[in-house]
Design a protein around this ligand. Structure first.
Ligand code: DAH
Length: 343
């Protein structure tokens, strides 16, 4: 008995020494097996308990159990130390190094211009309306007084959508990508009674080849104002106000007679300021507009004997190019951060 009890303490000390100094997790696992595993040296000591006499067992059992608990505490403690060491950086941190800068994104120049235009129109009571980019011929052309044989359709050729059927591709009831935001005029007027005071920013499509001033997708803002007794004077005053808000005080606006099938009379709006002069021009054409054609009112169920109105549409890219002095429309779509960062 004395021999057995005397063995416990040195064995425990040897085991503790090994567990506490294990250099890494693998060594710790190995030490655990050597001492506490099924064939471990400490386990062997516990197995001897069975051969002791009834009188000896309680003391020996208590000593062995206490020792075992100590070994297990040491094992867990060392494991935590080693695991922590494994995840800590190998080199110490240099707190004097400069921090890593985080670059913040910003709004695309076209979005910025669109938001500024919306803000200007909100000041005078216009609401923003929206419509689908995938349109039908009715909203894009027919309801705007532009029937299938109308020459204006050639200038606004677009992409037509087809549906796949069992027997091949079929035109999907002539669905198309809208060529202008004017289609939303029809949708809004059909959905509400007059008066109407809306602007419609949105993406439009044309079958154009990309060059410095054209792109098959671009953006427009449509405006529509319907009430009693609306005049060309209201239209001109509104356009002048908005362009002064956007481009500054030295802006001049000129209305030139033109033709659109959904307005009568119709005009093109020319714009002049110092920047246009710098480009070597006196005027730059920026928008189409006019008084809403009575036929359009008929088409949406408004009585043209009661209601009058004006409409306009202009390209957002055009405004952004003028505002920032950009000479190639394609730059807007290339997502080159060197370009985008400048705005
Ligand atoms: N939809 C025309 C275009 O895309 C622009 C336009 C002209 C819109 C006259 C109008 C308008 O609302 O009255 O070129």
């Amino acid at each position: 008995m004395a021999g057995f009890l005397d063995d416990i303490e040195p064995l425990k000390q040897a085991a503790l020494a090994e567990l506490n100094t294990a250099p890494d997790l693998a060594a710790l696992d190995h030490a655990k097996g050597m001492w506490l595993g099924p064939n471990g040296k400490f386990t062997a000591l516990m197995k001897q308990l069975g051969s002791l006499s009834k009188a000896e067992k309680p003391t020996a059992g208590r000593l062995i159990n206490t020792a075992k608990v100590e070994l297990e505490i040491a094992l867990v403690g060392r494991r935590e130390e080693l695991e922590l060491a494994a995840v800590l950086p190998k080199e110490s941190t240099d707190f004097t190094l400069p921090g890593r800068g985080r670059t913040l994104g910003k709004l695309h120049p076209l979005t910025q211009v669109t938001e500024d235009i919306i803000r200007a129109f909100r000041k005078i009571g216009f609401a923003v309306a929206d419509g689908p980019e995938i349109e039908d011929e009715y909203h894009c052309f027919d309801a705007l007084n532009t029937p299938a044989d109308h020459p204006a359709r050639d200038a606004q050729d677009t992409f037509y959508l087809h549906t796949q059927t069992a027997t091949g591709l079929k035109p999907a009831g002539l669905r198309l990508l809208r060529t202008h935001t004017s289609s939303v005029q029809i949708r809004v007027m059909k959905s509400q009674p007059p008066p109407v005071r809306i602007i419609v920013p949105g993406r439009v499509y044309r079958r154009d080849n990309a060059d410095a001033t054209h792109n098959p997708t671009f953006h427009q803002i449509e405006g529509l104002y319907v009430d009693k007794g609306v005049t060309v004077g209201d239209l001109k005053g509104t356009v002048e106000f908005v362009f002064k808000e956007l481009m500054g005080g030295d802006v001049k606006i000129r209305f030139r007679p033109h033709y659109f099938s959904y307005t009568e009379p119709s005009y093109e709006i020319d714009f002049a300021n110092a920047l246009v002069k710098k480009m070597g021009k006196d005027w730059l054409e920026i928008a189409g507009c006019g008084m809403v054609h009575p036929q359009v009112f008929e088409n949406v169920g408004y009585d043209p004997a009661i209601w009058t109105g004006w409409a306009f549409g202009f390209g957002i890219e055009r405004i952004a190019m003028l505002r920032y002095g950009i000479d190639d429309i394609r730059l807007f779509y290339e997502n080159d951060v060197r370009f985008l960062k400048q705005f």
